[in-house]
Design a protein around this ligand. Sequence first.
Ligand SMILES: C[C@H](O)[C@H](O)[C@H]1CNC2=NC(N)=NC(=O)C2=N1
Length: 112
Amino acid sequence: MSELAREKCQACRRDAPHVTAEERDAYLAELPQWQIVERDGIMQLERVFTFRNFQQALAFTNRVGEIAEAAGHHPALLTEWGKVTVTWWSHELKGLHKNDFILAARTDEVAA
Ligand SMILES: C[C@H](O)[C@H](O)[C@H]1CNC2=NC(N)=NC(=O)C2=N1
């Protein structure tokens, strides 16, 4: 398990700190398949996972759901035939928190 994946999620409060640009770049270096996208002015962390069929895509979706529930921190999930788009951001913050990078690392762990 990667260092980032092992870290503990902090409480995601409205006044919690957004990641700085330096932190963002450092965390992204550990998550090379992820990208930062901006939607409605909100920075988000996104990766598309591909699978052989819909059944495998759905099984992965449920594994991501389990880690989200365990952490109390949830992504947007778009599940299609052979493809799942996972997008992490902190809704209360309307931006990126370290939790999002921790959960992205955990998402990679359950993709394998
Ligand atoms: C009440 C509930 O714990 C909160 O709404 C949690 C749920 N999961 C969450 N997930 C994410 N990504 N951001 C949040 O701000 C958030 N808040």
